[in-house]
Design a protein around this ligand. Sequence first.
Ligand SMILES: Cc1ncc(COP(=O)(O)O)c(C=O)c1O
Length: 397
Amino acid sequence: MTKKEVFESYDQFIFPTYSRLPAIFVKGKGSVLTDIDGKKYLDLFPGWGVSNVGHCHPKVMAAVRDQVSKLIHISNNFFGINQARLARELVRAAFPGKVFFCNSGAEANEAAIKFSRLFGKGERYEIITTMNSFHGRTMGALAATGQEKHQKGFAPLPGGFVTVPFNDIGAIKLAINERTVAVMIEPIQGEGGINVAEPEYMKAVRGLCDANGLLLILDEVQTGFGRTGRMFAYQHYDIEPDMITMAKGLGGGLPIGAMLAADKHAHLFQPGMHGTTFGGSPLVTKAALGVIEAIAKDKMLKNARVLGAYLMDKLNALKARTPVIREVRGLGLMVGVELTIEGRGIFEECFNNGLIINCTQSKVLRIMPALNITRKQIDKALNILEKAILKLTQDQG
Ligand SMILES: Cc1ncc(COP(=O)(O)O)c(C=O)c1O
C-alpha cells in the first residue's frame, strides 16, 4: 500500500474516533521509531504509556517468538503455565492477593467496579472518584471518569459514582455516606494533566477507607510497571491499597490488563461471576513475563528515577529561560510541563522535527519515555522541544 492508499483507507473504512498525526510507522526499537519514508523519530510517549520497556524489547520479542509457535490461546477453563507465573510475579511485586486477567485498562477497572459491588453486598455501591480522573471508555469506567468531555453524548451512564476534587481529603470526607463502598483514584492523574497525589492526601485517603470500611482502589494503568521509578506508584506513599488495576506497560505492547485484590477480599470473586474470553492468554502473559524480566535485568526502575530527576531538572532550567512554562511536575519518568499557552502547536512542531511527546488538557505537555531511555536521547529531545517553544512563542509574539 502507498501512503496515499493508507490515508484514503482510513478515511473510507475506519471511524475517525482518534485525532491522528500524518505518520505511518513501520519499525520501532527502544525509543526510536521509523516511518514508511525512513524518517526516524525520538519517541518520548511510546504507545500512550504502553511501551515502558521501549519498542520491541529483545526480552519481549524472545518471549513472544517462543510462545507463538507453541500455543497462542487457550480458554480460561483450563490452566496455563504463563498465567500462573505472571500472577505470582504480580503479587510478588505488589501485595498478597489474587489476580483477574483481562485485556485493557478499562476492563481492569470494570472488574474493580464489579468487585466493589460484591463487597457492598447490595447495600453499599457508591464509588468516590476524582475530578480530572481518567478510568477508561467502557460505560462503568466512563461513569467513574471525572471529566464531562468524555461522557458527553453517552447518557445515561451507570449510576453509583460521586466525583470530588483531587488532592482534597475534606471533599472525600464530605462525600462518604451509608452507600459508599470504595474510593478509586490514580496516584498520578495522567490524562488529567500529570497531577501527583500528595503524600499526606494518599495516607489520609487510606485512613478514611479503613475508618469507614471502604475499598481503596488505585488505578495504576498508567503509573504501573516502573513508570514512576517504582514498580507501582503507590509504593512511593507507604500505604497499601485494597486493589490495583493495571494494563498498558504490563504487556510490552500486547493487550493485557489485570486487577489485583488483597487476600482478605479475594473470596468475593467466585466461579462464573466475571470473565473475558481472551483474558491472560498464554501469548500475552508470556510477553508480560518478558516485560517484568526486562525491567529487573536492565535496572529500569533505577534508570527511571535517575533520568526522571535529570529530565525534571533540565525542564526546570528550561522553565527559567521560557516564560511560557508555568510548572514542571511528575514522578520518575511520568512528567508534565504545564504551559501558559495552548500546547498543540508546540507538540506538532516537535513532531515535525522528529520528536513525539503528548499534549493533554490542552496546556500540559506529557512526557513519558521508555524507562531505558538514555541521557543523550533526553538531551536531544529537550533540544527539539526548546526550539519548538522558541519558534511558537516568536510566531505568537
Ligand atoms: C489511568 C488510566 N486508567 C484507565 C485507562 C484505560 O485504559 P485502556 O485504554 O487500556 O482501556 C487509561 C488509559 O489511558 C488510563 O490512563
